[in-house]
Design a protein around this ligand. Structure first.
Ligand SMILES: Nc1ncnc2c1ncn2[C@@H]1O[C@H](COP(=O)(O)OP(=O)(O)O)[C@@H](O)[C@H]1O
Ligand SMILES: [Mg+2]
Length: 345
């Protein structure tokens, strides 16, 4: 397991006026395994972008107190990356593909202590993202699919790669060939790097759908299915949603969920069943409070040991000054003062 999330509820609007509040995500649970490619599927407005943002720590303010996100206990420097749907619109139009990647590599690695061969770093990405034919072309002349691949490659120019790459709608607006190319590049990333991918997509074709190791289907802010793509058809038939042999189950499900006026009992059944299954499936990962505390302390000490050491020295000095100020011969009382000062701090 790389990341697990449990009971994510996300609300927007002012907490002062209940009427202006809107809950966008309801009780969402899920998990991503290491080195896998995962699909977040749902009609437009189902909550995909907001879930990706919540998982990347963008929208902490609107999360409910029970929302929990846990990372793999063996990964200390967990790093995730969110690539917005509109990121490819923000590329510099007058640079070439190669120049865009080189500048990005220089900027993203400017704080890196090691000497980095930027051209070599970029050449590897150019190869992985199939940009070789257009590496000297001006960005402004690139096609939609090329821009999508370039914008993902730019995010990966950092020397320390993210463990989790979240990409919002990388195939939207592309024809099926261009979409397949983008997905192939993403799939290869999971094979060649220690990386998992979570990508939102609103209507995958069968080839893309079958590429996913696992899928999370959303409908109006609720999760209606979590599991392997091959398991979807049986899960749907348990809720009386049937499809012919020539129909794609995900297309049928998206059609039913889009027509749902909040009272289709079949969708309600899928929501309840998925919620029950997910709570059992993912609770074990997140309910071990001792594990969470130990992990937090361990990570805090590894990352912030200088700050923590300085704080401890400061506390001891402060407590000693307090002890002398009180100037009491009673050592027990002085010791209590030191401990009390430390705890209060
Ligand atoms: N700041 C906001 N205020 C009110 N409603 C919002 C806000 N952000 C998103 N929404 C609503 O939340 C729902 C889910 O949005 P989004 O996550 O963007 O869906 P998707 O990415 O699946 O298309 C939509 O109905 C959208 O209108
Ligand atoms: Mg979206």
């Amino acid at each position: 397991m790389l990341i697990t999330w449990l009971n994510i509820d996300y609300t927007v609007g002012s907490s002062l006026t209940k009427s202006s509040q809107k809950t966008i995500l309801h009780n969402i649970s899920g998990c991503i395994e290491l080195k896998t490619i995962n699909g977040l599927i749902g009609a437009s407005g189902s909550g995909k972008t907001n879930l990706l943002k919540c998982l990347n720590g963008f929208q902490q303010k609107g999360l409910s107190s029970r929302s929990t996100i846990v990372y793999n206990k063996n990964i200390v420097d967990f790093k995730s990356c969110f690539i917005s749907q509109f990121q490819s619109n923000c590329l510099h139009q007058l640079l070439t593909v190669n120049q865009s990647l080189i500048y990005s590599s220089k900027l993203k690695n400017s704080c890196h202590s090691q000497q980095i061969d930027h051209q070599n770093n970029v050449d590897l990405l150019i190869e992985q993202f199939l940009l070789n034919d257009i590496k000297n072309s001006i960005v402004g002349t690139c096609s939609g699919g090329e821009l999508k691949r370039l914008s993902i490659a730019i995010e990966l120019t950092a020397h320390s790669k993210p463990y989790l790459l979240c990409i919002d709608e990388p195939t939207t607006g592309l024809d099926s060939n261009a979409a397949q190319l983008v997905m192939n590049c993403l799939y290869n990333l999971t094979l060649n790097h220690n990386m998992s991918i979570l990508t939102s997509i609103h209507q995958p074709n069968t080839d893309i759908f079958d590429m996913f190791d696992s899928i999370h289907v959303l409908s109006k802010g609720f999760v209606i299915f979590t599991g392997k793509p091959q398991e979807l058809k049986d899960f749907m038939s348990e809720s009386n949603i049937t499809c012919d042999t020539n129909e794609s189950p995900i297309e049928v499900l998206l059609k039913v969920s889009a027509n749902d006026n909040n009272n289709d009992s079949r969708i309600k059944h899928m929501i309840d069943k998925t919620s029950e299954l997910n709570t059992h499936r993912f609770m074990a990962e997140t309910n071990n409070i001792y594990y969470l505390i130990a992990r937090r302390i361990r990570i805090q000490y590894i990352i912030q040991w200088k700050t923590l050491l300085a704080e401890t020295v400061f506390h001891i000095m402060f407590a000693t000054i307090v002890m002398f100020a009180i100037n009491d011969d009673n050592w027990l009382k002085s010791l209590t003062t030191i401990i009390a000062t430390y705890i209060i701090h």
